[in-house]
Write a protein that binds this ligand. Sequence first.
Ligand SMILES: [Zn+2]
Length: 88
Amino acid sequence: MTREYERLVPSFPGFCGCETCRDDVIVFALNRIPPHYVTQRRGAVLQHLKMQRDQELADISVALLEGFRRVQKSPRADHRGPAAKPTG
Ligand SMILES: [Zn+2]
């Protein structure tokens, strides 16, 4: 999930990217995709998951993209802001 996030971040150059916003995007996406995507266990239904992997990634990407848009549009009031430079 985080890997997909990292992959998609460059698609949103203006995205804040602070920890709060990142978490919001990921949590949003996690809430949008079917639970079995994120609770998959190694070895259990590997074959099944393999077949689903392409669709799974597509769904995760879509969910993440929507999360990006949401958070970008209305970031939390208490988020840290984009890579704040230490001043003084
Ligand atoms: Zn932020």
